[in-house]
Ligand binder design. Structure first.
Ligand SMILES: Cc1cc2nc3c(=O)[nH]c(=O)nc-3n(C[C@H](O)[C@H](O)[C@H](O)COP(=O)(O)OP(=O)(O)OC[C@H]3O[C@@H](n4cnc5c(N)ncnc54)[C@H](O)[C@@H]3O)c2cc1C
Length: 451
């Protein structure tokens, strides 16, 4: 029986395991997981911390028992510490410090990412956190229960910073958001970032931008943020949400080459350049479907797909990762912001001749109660009229995520902006119009492009 060993038991690792068994029910699959939480949705942690999801156990995509029932052997609280590709073994150490040698025929690495820790004094102080693993979530929850903080400082305005600003405000805290640049959620254009800033401020989040944090200090019961500008900022807890980097320690030991930001280099079959070793998820470089090159785009959606490809191929298949468009959505208080593809600046840098239009539409017929405005930015190529990207912000009930998915599907299939009008989209007055806002935005883009 061929032996498939997987290092990492989250989105990429478990997707790989389940797909391998589906492709070859005869394969023997074992997953080494450093923690006790295989296949947990870390994407759900902000909603657990906000109290919207009261029980952390429900964050499991599947329970350990369900995974085992599907034929996967789970080695939990076991850390892979080395790979020997010559003899095809992995060294692993369990929580009791016992070391063992695991043999493989095929190996998949899905070790994910770690939170970057800015080089700041004070990051190890009690009350200062990052958020990546389940344990990080438990540490924050424990601190909130024990110390009942009334205020929080979040360093970083990416999507985790946004979700946590919402979550901690829901917990009754006064939240201060510190931004190094002047941009909120940089994956969107600045115009869209300003709408988010407004939403944050409407919910009493204090946004301080262009602030260079130099250290965190304890002052009495408070945590003080030292900054170059000497602006007084203090709070009862701090979350550093400054991004993530690929976790490739064990891959590095096996001599597997890494590239962008230290992510593992893979081909589109998710193979590394070491024989019989595959990798997937936040630890790898990701093929960008539009740019036709590798980039680093760590997302749960991508990790699942890449894991599935790696699992299929390790089990004897011949699958290819189709590529990412960086499609992403985030809910911040009452609004949802979403994006896919390229923004105008990135499109220009990448050799396109982009035109970006920006307009507001009603999400459904105004005569039906509850219509809300929907801001849509479309980027297309002037020469070819190919759709390159879209960004959208509106009320969280305005079906933003599924509307951005229409754009994502269109870009995936190399559609022109104009051809969006021909899509047979659904309509009923409480939910849309005979022309969906996506199509009206596309028609507006075409008019502008033809001027
Ligand atoms: C707070 C938060 C919210 C998010 N929200 C979203 C969202 O809304 N949408 C979205 O698409 N993405 C979201 N993401 C990103 C998404 O969670 C990740 O892209 C996804 O979890 C990556 O999966 P992965 O399997 O590659 O790695 P990870 O989930 O990081 O898992 C890595 C696994 O490897 C194990 N491991 C690591 N090293 C070793 C070792 N040496 N030995 C054994 N095991 C090891 C770990 O224990 C873990 O099981 C969010 C992330 C965070 C932190």
């Amino acid at each position: 029986m061929p032996k498939l060993l997987i290092i990492g038991g989250s989105d990429a690792g478990i997707s790989a395991a389940l797909r391998a068994i589906e492709i070859n029910p005869g394969i023997e699959v074992a997953v080494v997981v450093a923690d006790r939480y295989p296949n947990f949705s870390i994407c759900g942690l902000p909603f657990y911390l906000s109290g919207e999801v009261p029980d952390w156990q429900t964050l499991a995509h599947r329970t350990a028992d369900e995974i085992k029932k599907q034929g996967v052997r789970l080695l939990m609280e076991t850390k892979a510490t080395g790979i020997d590709p010559e003899v095809k073994t992995v060294t692993a150490i369990n929580k009791h410090g016992q070391s063992r040698l695991l043999k493989y025929d095929k190996l998949i690495i899905g070790t994910g990412a770690f939170s970057t820790r800015p080089t700041l004094a004070g990051l190890d102080l009690p009350g200062v956190f990052t958020l990546r693993r389940m344990e990080d979530g438990f540490a924050i929850q424990g601190y909130m229960q024990e110390h009942r903080p009334k205020s929080a400082i979040i360093i970083g305005a990416g999507y985790i910073g946004m979700e946590m600003a919402d979550a901690l405000t829901r917990k009754g805290m006064q939240v201060t958001l510190i931004v190094r640049s002047d941009r909120i959620l940089k994956t969107l254009d600045p115009e869209m970032g300003e709408i988010i800033r407004n939403e944050l401020e409407c919910h009493s989040v204090k946004v301080i931008d262009q602030l260079a944090v130099s250290a965190i200090e304890k002052r009495g019961k408070k945590l003080l943020i030292r900054n170059v500008q000497e602006i007084p900022v203090e709070g009862d807890m701090v979350l550093a949400a400054t991004g993530g980097r690929p976790e490739t320690t064990v891959a590095g030991m096996a001599g597997i080459p890494t590239g962008i930001l230290g992510a593992i280099c893979v081909n589109r079959g998710m193979e590394t350049n070491v024989k019989d070793i595959y990798a997937a998820g936040d630890c790898v470089e990701t093929w960008h479907r539009l740019l036709k090159k590798y980039t680093y785009l760590p997302l749960g959606t991508t990790a699942h797909k890449q894991g599935r490809v790696a699992g299929e191929n390790a089990a004897g298949g011949n699958a290819e990762f189709a590529g990412s468009l960086g499609t992403q959505v985030v809910k911040i208080f009452n609004i949802v912001a979403a994006r896919t593809g390229l923004c105008g600046r990135k499109a220009r840098e990448s050799g396109f001749d982009p035109l970006t239009t920006d307009q507001e539409f009603w999400d459904h017929k105004v005569y039906y109660p509850g219509a809300t405005p929907l801001r849509i930015r479309i980027t297309g190529d002037r020469k070819t009229h190919c759709l390159l990207g879209a960004q959208m912000i509106g009320h969280y009930r305005a079906e933003i995520s599924k509307r951005i998915d229409i754009f994502a599907a269109a870009i995936f299939n190399d559609m022109t902006v104009g051809s969006l009008s021909q899509l047979d989209l659904s309509y009923t007055p409480p939910l849309s119009g005979p022309w969906d806002p996506v199509q009206m935005a596309a028609q507006h883009w075409v008019r502008e492009a033809c001027k």
